[in-house]
Design a protein around this ligand. Structure first.
Ligand SMILES: NC(=O)c1ccc[n+]([C@@H]2O[C@H](COP(=O)([O-])OP(=O)(O)OC[C@H]3O[C@@H](n4cnc5c(N)ncnc54)[C@H](O)[C@@H]3O)[C@@H](O)[C@H]2O)c1
Length: 278
């Protein structure tokens, strides 16, 4: 039987960054299931192609248009390709994110490279993604921009087991929320809404790196696997007692992209099983 919301986004086109795996892939699968045509834009060409292929195989409409969100021209080119090939962009999801620079998981404290990397992707990347679609959305006087932040952007608590060493990431994710607020005010007159989804704890390649870094920084975790550390976090923090899935985040994005959310802008929505509540 078809999903009751399967037609929710029929006729819409979504552009999603970092959609080659993890949460971005989950968002793409849900938006496609709800009827949207989706443009998969990841820095990895092979992963962009693979997710687009998966969606087409399931009967959906998808296009791979790889881009590096740290490079404004690269995202703008990918968005232009989506507009040419899919006709328009109604929904832009700025999901691409990183926890730190290369080798972060082996350091017990962040360094300059981690600040540059998290700011380049998690903050400037959101700005570049918005810049790539805003002229088109303004012209059409409609659009939905959805940024993926983190519950760690609301409070530094709730992300790891011991003292924070993912500080650059947390600060970049707070910036993503403030960026959402500022852009929502700027874009309101053009009927473009801007919202954030703040995911909780998800077992993706990103969390694997966080858990590895926890083990590096906290001797009491030595001998545990990254997945065991992740499970400890979930058990300690989540009232609903379970991790979230990429599809859970996709369903929140689908809601914010739908007609049901037409009066919602400038908001940050936690999808975290209750692990933080503000
Ligand atoms: N996993 C979690 O528990 C969690 C929790 C809260 C928020 N988030 C956020 O959700 C988003 C997705 O996280 P994930 O867990 O799926 O991570 P992930 O590392 O599994 O996937 C991130 C994707 O982004 C792509 N990417 C990285 N740099 C890029 C760039 N410069 N340009 C384009 N694409 C790039 C990667 O190739 C990858 O496909 C991130 O913004 C992350 O901060 C994740």
């Amino acid at each position: 039987m078809a999903h009751p919301l399967s037609g929710q986004l029929t006729g819409k086109v979504a552009f999603i960054t970092g959609a080659g795996r993890g949460i971005g892939r989950g968002i793409a699968l849900i938006l496609a299931e709800r009827g949207a045509a989706v443009c998969i834009s990841d820095i990895s060409s092979s992963e962009s192609e693979s997710v687009a292929g998966e969606i087409k195989q399931a009967g959906g409409k998808a296009l791979a248009a790889p881009s590096d969100v740290t490079d404004a021209a690269s995202v703008a080119n990918a968005a232009q390709l989506a507009i040419r090939r899919l006709g328009k962009i109604d929904i832009a999801v700025a999901n691409a994110g990183v926890i730190g620079a290369k080798g972060f998981e082996n350091r017990d404290r962040y360094n300059e490279d981690d600040w540059d990397m998290t700011y380049g992707v998690n903050v400037r990347g959101l700005v570049h993604t918005a810049d790539a679609v805003i002229p088109h959305m303004k012209e059409r006087r409609q659009g939905r921009i959805i940024n993926i932040s983190s519950q760690g952007g609301r409070t530094p608590r709730g992300v790891r087991l011991v003292a924070n060493t993912i500080t650059p990431y947390l600060v970049s994710k707070a910036a993503a929320i403030q960026w959402t607020h500022a852009l929502a005010i700027e874009m309101g007159p053009y009927n473009i809404s801007v919202n954030t989804v703040c995911p909780g704890l998800l077992w993706t390649p990103m969390f694997d790196r966080i858990a590895q870094q926890n083990i590096t920084a906290d001797p009491s975790l030595r001998g545990k696997t990254p997945h065991e550390v992740f499970e400890m976090s979930v058990k300690a923090r989540v009232p609903l007692g379970r991790a979230q899935t990429p599809e859970d985040i996709g369903r929140a994005v689908a809601f914010l992209a739908s007609d049901d959310a037409s009066e919602i802008t400038g908001q940050a929505l936690n999808v975290n099983g209750g692990s933080i509540m503000s």
